[in-house]
Ligand binder design. Sequence first.
Ligand SMILES: [Zn+2]
Length: 451
Amino acid sequence: MQPMDKDEYCFAYGYNGSYLYCTPNGYASNSLPSEISTLIHRDLIQRIKCVSFGGSKKSYFILYERDGCYYAAWGADVPKGLRDWLREQRKYSELQPFLGCDGSLRVVLGAAGSYMAWNNRAITGQGISPGLQQLIKSWWGDGGWVRGPPQLITLGADGSYFAVSGAEGHGPATYAWNWGSQSQMLQDAWQFLWRDPLFQLDKLAHVSFDPHNTGRYVMVEKCQDGSSGPSVRFVQSVDSGEHELFGLLNRGTGPSSNGMPYSRPIRALNKPCKAKHGGTATKDKRELPLRKGEYLTILFEMSQFWYIARNKEGRQGWVHSTWVTIVEEEPPGPEKLYLAWKAKCDAAFAKGNISAFPELPKAISFCQAVSCTSLKAGPGGLGVCQHDVALLLRGSGKYSYKFLKMERNSWHPDKFGQRCALANREELKKKSEQLFVIYGLLMEIEAKNDI
Ligand SMILES: [Zn+2]
């Protein structure tokens, strides 16, 4: 099959998770009606012009091109009124009255047996909201199109619609929409497009709603012809076909050599974020693999669901927005924590007569090992294990056997005890002894590593 032309899209969402996405970069599909699969496998479809799925496996419509002619096929379950109308329209097809059809034919199947169908000289519909009916009437006029035939009509599950009139003879196209009763997500997506100060209605290439599920949609902006090649910006709902759609809409526009985006960023962000999960949200190679809990810097907001982020190793890539949490400030790393703790200890030692233990920073506690968590939770303990302490001490930048041995000296219970106020001495000595033991353990490991 040949792909769609530039800025031409068709998305059919169907029964039970089936879909067919047609884009200038190719097609993606899931559990298609068998008749459409057969057409594709027999190589009878050169290019799809219009496809729509109704509420059952046998409710579908497809218009496709082959050798310069258009052909339509529809399933047995499309509403009877539509079937009759489609048969009626065939009479007017002069070239191949029984096989071919008029290329201007469009059919949109909606929820619960609703539909809209039109071509250059006629229109029909059923179960359409009064608002949309009014709108189409204003485009149709008195027995013929005054603003038509429509370039696009898409019907949502809850009475929502998006429609674009034809642009012939009567000025630019008119855009009209209704977000329906439950589509907060749709409105958010719409507002998201408008956050780009350069966005205008005529920059929209396509809008599709899933007629069978609220909140499933895709909105695609036209290609941007820039110095770095064409780019497409789109917003979409999250669903199972998402990574396929993501790949399709961005395929062929390839990342530039420095790995930076080929889509136009919405805005620069430069904000720290924390990874909620490890790995990647999709199979797309452009995604940056995450480690759970790591901190990254979001550089750009690319779409409703995607950022470009950089990790601590300096690698950049796409990151799914639901896989990270934006934080106001990245918590201090081991370097800062060590410096602060060291300063606290130095001050306490200098002052003497210590009555409170210079506690180790809570933020350094990362170790989740079962054997450590129970130890860390114990009463009178330090709240940290040897792994946490190692991480903190590595923040010094001087971590070595020698360094550990020297630092350990200050925590020898007898020596440390002398610096403590008499009233608290025994309790504080116990804590220092724990730390002394941890230093010892770490020294043993370092001694082995040195060999
Ligand atoms: Zn541990």
